[in-house]
Each structure stands twice: as structure tokens, then as C-alpha cells.
Design a protein around this ligand. Structure first.
Ligand code: NDP
Length: 248
């Protein structure tokens, strides 16, 4: 993988960090986006990864902003070379029951989880087609497959991500490009730490594995799909959820 460049949006998040680490360990040149370098102490994050033996570079970019994504793509390409592997992992939740959901919650979740996937992918997929190789991996959610109370916005965005993957899979199949979705179950990160403890305990009780997932377990699936050898896996939505999907 020495020459492959991988870009991870949300790479400094809980799941994103493990994705960056495992891709770097597998030999990819890894770059992540961060929203605001000052706010996120990205340099400290980068140093921690370097101390653990993994080199990851970063560029600033708010993935809800199409023009910012365009500028980011130009910067990444110039500094690191063309992107071969794109992982769309940036995401947020703004939960509320649909009948009480403020428009702002709908808007911000659709913008950050779904528009972002187009905003970023659009910048790279043309080049992938020209070069005859690309791997696009979208991090959705089990809640995009099943729906979830209080998450009409998030469930819609995550289901939409997979629609996008399937369309790109068809468009890119003869150009060496695959587009797949990974749908994690509940994973131990800041996002799920925000769920009230009793609700979290209720969720874990439903998971056949009897525990939440770990970010490294999601990253493992990403590295698998990113490989050159994974070419025939295209348009798939891979659940990584401890068997949760089977318990509904
Ligand atoms: P985190 O909150 O730890 O990470 C989310 C990442 O997205 C952060 O790096 C965050 O940056 C970034 N991000 C948010 N908004 C933007 C934006 N506008 N532009 C650029 N980056 C942005 O969450 P997780 O690691 O838990 O989640 C990662 C992905 O996995 C998400 O898409 C999430 O929906 C999905 N997922 C998570 C599950 C879980 O149980 N944790 C389960 C299923 C799916 P910043 O820190 O600056 O906000």
C-alpha cells in the first residue's frame, strides 16, 4: 500500500482515530480533515498518534461546505497526491422525536452526515475514474437500517448514505472504483457517551454480543474494504454490530 493515499473525514473522532491508525499501520498515507485546528488541538492528537508509531496528516475542512471541500481536495492532492481511498466518517447526532424536532436539528444532521458525503466524494471521484482505482467507504449506522426513536434525521441521513454508495457502486464498477457502506452498531465513543446511562444499558441488553462495539472493530472492516483485493465487494452495506441486527 506504500503509494496509496487515504483521506478520512472525521478522522480525529472516536471511530475515525482507529480508522486512521489501522490504515497507517497497513501502509497507507493517511490524511484526515478537522473542522477547526485551533478548537480541536489536532496537533496534540497527531503527536499522540506519532508516539504510537502512526503518521497521520491533516487539513482543515468543514464537510458541510461544498466550496471548502473543493479547496481541501486541492490542498490534499497538492500536498499528498491523488486520493485513492476515501472514508466518509464525519457525523453528528441531534436527537428529538420527529413531532418535536426543530428544523435546525434536521438540517444540521442531514448537512453533516449526508450532504457531506456528496460534498467530499464529488471532489475525488472524477480523479478515481481517470486513474482506474478508488475505494469509497461510507460510515453509516444500524439506525439507518432499522430506524430509531428520536433519530428520524440521523436514520434518514444514514439510509441516504447507503443509497449514495449503491449508486456510486454502479457508476464506478467498470472504472476500478468500489463504494460500500459500513453500518456500525453502538460503539464506545464520545457520541454514545452522550446517551443517558439507563438508555445505554437498555441498548447493550439488546445486543447479542452483550457489549458495545469498539472503534478498532469498525476500523478493521474499513481496512478490509480498502484493499485492492476487495474489488468484487461493491455496493454492500456491512453491519458491524455484535449481532444487533438479528435481534430486532
Ligand atoms: P465522534 O463524535 O467521536 O466523531 C465525529 C467526527 O466527525 C469528529 O471528528 C467531528 O469533528 C467530525 N465532524 C463533525 N461535524 C463535522 C463537520 N461539519 N465537518 C468535518 N468534520 C465534522 O463520533 P464517532 O466516532 O462515534 O462517529 C463516527 C461516525 O460513525 C459518524 O458518522 C457516526 O454517525 C458513525 N456511527 C457512530 C456510532 C457510535 O456508536 N459511535 C454508531 C454508528 C455510526 P469535531 O470533533 O470537530 O466535531
Amino acid at each position: 500500500m506504500a503509494n496509496r493515499v487515504a483521506l478520512v473525514t472525521g478522522g480525529n473522532g472516536g471511530i475515525g482515530t482507529e480508522i486512521c491508525k489501522q490504515l497507517a499501520t497497513a501502509g497507507y498515507r493517511v490524511v484526515t480533515t478537522c473542522v477547526d485546528a485551533e478548537r480541536e488541538k489536532i496537533a496534540d492528537w497527531q503527536k499522540e498518534l506519532a508516539a504510537a508509531g502512526t503518521q497521520v496528516d491533516w487539513v482543515e475542512c468543514n464537510v458541510t461546505d461544498f466550496e471548502a471541500c473543493k479547496a481541501m481536495a486541492a490542498e490534499v492532492t497538492e500536498k499528498f497526491g491523488p486520493v485513492d481511498v476515501l472514508i466518509n466518517a464525519a457525523g453528528i447526532t441531534r436527537d428529538a422525536f420527529a413531532h418535536k424536532m426543530p428544523l435546525e436539528n434536521w438540517d444540521s444532521v442531514i448537512q453533516t452526515n449526508l450532504y457531506s458525503v456528496f460534498n467530499v466524494t464529488r471532489q475525488f471521484v472524477e480523479g478515481m475514474r481517470e486513474r482506474g482505482f478508488g475505494r469509497i467507504i461510507n460510515i453509516a449506522s444500524v439506525n439507518g437500517q432499522t430506524g430509531q426513536f428520536g433519530q428520524a434525521n440521523y436514520s434518514a441521513a444514514k439510509a441516504g448514505m447507503h443509497g449514495f454508495s449503491m449508486a456510486l457502486a454502479k457508476e464506478g464498477a467498470r472504472k476500478g472504483i468500489t463504494a460500500n457502506t459500513i453500518s456500525p452498531g453502538y460503539v464506545e465513543t464520545a457520541m454514545t457517551a452522550a446517551i443517558p446511562e439507563e438508555v445505554r444499558n437498555g441498548i447493550v441488553a439488546q445486543v447479542p454480543a452483550g457489549r458495545m462495539g469498539r472503534p478498532d472493530e469498525i476500523a478493521r472492516a474499513v481496512v478490509f474494504l480498502a484493499a485492492d483485493e476487495a474489488e468484487y465487494i461493491n455496493g454492500a452495506n456491512i453491519p458491524v454490530n455484535g449481532g444487533l441486527f438479528t435481534s430486532f
